[in-house]
Design a protein around this ligand. Structure first.
Ligand code: DER
Length: 222
């Protein structure tokens, strides 16, 4: 079995009827949503869910998962999402799929945060992937200069040779900081720049990391 599918499906063990569930975004969370959908449709799993992207919401609705929003609920019991990198402290880099802002809002509303990934994502030190940050389009050139001054090389993300626009109508900068020895320091500096909406540094939030290995085994780190 595909290691992403292995991890994505295993995480659904944390989902029980009556729960409010956050649905992640990306190719690993895809398998989580598929399994949740299957259990809703064929096994009577009864949950309410909030998705972290328009695409994940579309997929969940196809299975008949009951979707709600934050006007209807005041917390999530469990959220399952992917990551681009995760270290031994369960700190993450996310944003490869361009959904980091909604993902972080959902993550901070959830009581139990489960990350699913294949073994390539588990790294000694965060940073090799680059750091995605979500940027307001207004004045992005000035924001670009201020982010560069932090000592990184930002690149405005493109998709199919066009500027990538997030579900929130913002830009993404992919920033090369090299290996990030002190992610808390980088996060604090980025939060001080006005045009930066959010970054892909998800620190001190993850409760469980489920890693799917190429040999068909799972590694669960808590
Ligand atoms: O954008 C994100 O953080 C997504 O969770 C994504 O980047 C995770 O990667 P995956 O598609 O390999 O699961």
């Amino acid at each position: 079995m595909n290691p992403k599918q292995l991890a994505g499906e295993k995480a659904v063990d944390y989902v029980k009827s009556g729960m409010k569930v956050g649905l992640g975004t990306g190719s690993t969370a895809y398998f989580t949503i598929q399994e949740i959908g299957r259990r809703v449709k064929h096994e009577g799993l009864d949950i309410e869910a909030i998705a972290t992207s328009i695409e994940s919401e579309r997929l969940a609705k196809e299975w008949g998962v009951k979707m709600v929003d934050f006007s209807e609920i005041d917390h999530l019991d469990v959220t399952i999402d992917g990551a681009d990198e995760a270290d031994a402290n369960l700190n993450l880099i996310k944003g490869g799929g361009g959904a980091l802002l909604r993902e972080k809002i959902v993550a901070f509303a959830t009581k139990f945060y489960v990350i699913v990934a294949d073994e390539r994502k588990y790294v000694p030190t965060l940073g090799a992937f680059g750091l995605p940050i979500e940027i307001i389009p207004f004045g992005w050139e000035e924001t670009f200069r201020e982010v560069t001054a932090l000592g990184c090389t930002p690149k405005r993300r493109e998709k199919n040779e066009e500027i990538f626009i997030t579900d929130n109508h913002n830009f993404i900068f992919d920033c090369d900081f090299g290996l990030i020895e002190n992610p808390h320091d980088v996060l604090q500096k980025l939060q001080g720049i006005p045009g930066v909406v959010e970054s892909g540094l998800f620190l001190d939030k993850t409760d469980v990391l489920i890693i799917g290995n190429n040999d068909g085994t799972l590694k669960i780190i808590e």
